[in-house]
Design a protein. Structure first.
Length: 376
């Protein structure tokens, strides 16, 4: 008779009830496994790596438990290696107080300091706690897990999402390909550090403090030769600064004239849904000159408010004429899709003008508000 041998269980495993509590807090969708946990703990241990590939933390208490478990005498570090996608929102059912906001900042920094041989691919942080901030001038937030990251998204109105935070991406995320920065506290120098060091393929920036100088750094950085998708939202751009730099870069006396600035760019989106007090103006002249430097552009999206000066019949005609590879143009008002726009809204758009713009290139799909050139 062959004796049944007890399977060898490494000492690094936590008790099943602890893992059960962790997953109860983090994943509502794995509730159907609870019966399995009480019957076959070895099965549970085997599926842990699968479920840890993507961790979504919705509430402050979940983040607190998650960090506490990961820091229990290195017992859970082997499991942390399996995490590929980490998404933190950290909501609270109560109004965040300054003390609670300080705790949240401390937890986020503590999480980043865990030396677990991280192999994260994607990191997303959505943070709207206005009292949550870190006063340090330098935050090496991505020092531990940034090397393997390919995608980073930072959203929110919290001062924690500062330039010092984004600067760390450029320092430690050498393999990053997709980046989204959406916060009023990103002023620009962190973004410039990223574009100068990282070969991005997709970039979205939504930062009211960002000016033309930051956009110029994008077309001068390493990512200029790799960027395929670019979205600029509510940045404080102006023709004078931007056009002077674009003309200088394109008209190089040594390398030639009309040099493409973003040769691989396929998709460009410009969003302007608010006005600025700086007096800067980004007009149709600036837009056309900028687009002219993107010769391989196929998709163009412009979402502009009623106070914009960049959309009119002539602008659209020039876009279609200059951008030979353009396949799709989508222009709309962020508040409504009515067309034609009222002339007092600084739009000079007519159905006749839009129809004439695509007459010579009917393969281009032009959508302006409710107008669609592909729909008769």
């Amino acid at each position: 008779m062959i004796e049944e041998q007890t399977p060898f269980l490494p000492s690094v495993y936590l008790a099943d009830d602890i893992w059960h509590e962790v997953f109860r807090l983090l994943y509502a969708e794995v509730g159907h496994l609870r019966n399995c946990l009480s019957v076959n703990s070895q099965f549970f241990r085997n599926v842990v790596p699968f479920f840890w590939k993507e961790v979504q933390i919705l509430y402050f208490e979940q983040l607190q438990n998650f960090v506490n478990v990961l820091t229990l005498q290195n017992q859970t570090l082997p499991y942390a290696n399996y995490i590929r996608n980490l998404h933190i929102i950290a909501r609270t059912n109560r109004i965040p107080s300054k003390s609670r906001s300080f705790d949240l900042a401390s937890l986020l920094l503590k999480l980043a300091s865990i030396d677990a041989s991280w192999r994260l691919i994607s990191f997303t942080l959505e943070l709207d706690w206005r009292d949550c901030h870190e006063s340090l001038t330098s935050i090496d937030y991505f020092a531990k897990f940034g090397d393997s990251l390919e995608q980073v998204e930072l959203h929110g109105s919290s001062p924690f999402l500062s330039d010092a935070f984004s600067f760390s991406i450029g320092q430690y995320c050498s393999n990053i390909k997709k980046l989204t920065l959406e916060s009023r506290y990103f002023h620009g120098y962190g973004i410039r550090n990223i574009t100068e060091r990282c070969a991005l393929t997709e970039l979205t920036i939504w930062c009211r403090q960002v000016t033309s100088t930051t956009v110029i750094s994008i077309i001068q950085g390493i990512c200029a030769n790799t960027l395929q998708v670019l979205m600029i939202k509510n940045c404080d751009l102006d023709d004078k600064t931007l056009l002077k730099a674009v003309d200088s870069l394109r008209n190089d006396k040594i390398n030639g004239y009309n040099i493409p600035l973003l040769p691989k760019l396929k998709s460009f989106s410009y969003v302007q849904s608010c006005t600025f007090n700086s007096g800067n103006k980004f007009t149709s002249v600036g837009l056309i000159r900028l687009l002219d430097a993107f010769p391989n552009l196929t998709d163009l999206t412009i979402i502009t408010s009623n106070l914009s000066l960049i959309v009119n019949d002539a602008t659209i005609k020039n876009m279609i004429h200059k951008l030979e590879k353009l396949e799709d143009i989508n222009i709309r008002n962020p508040y409504n899709d009515q067309l034609p726009f009222h002339h007092l809204d600084n739009f000079d758009l007519t159905l006749e003008g839009l129809t004439a713009a695509v007459a010579k290139r009917p393969q281009v799909r032009l959508r302006v508000g409710v107008f669609d050139s592909m729909v008769s």
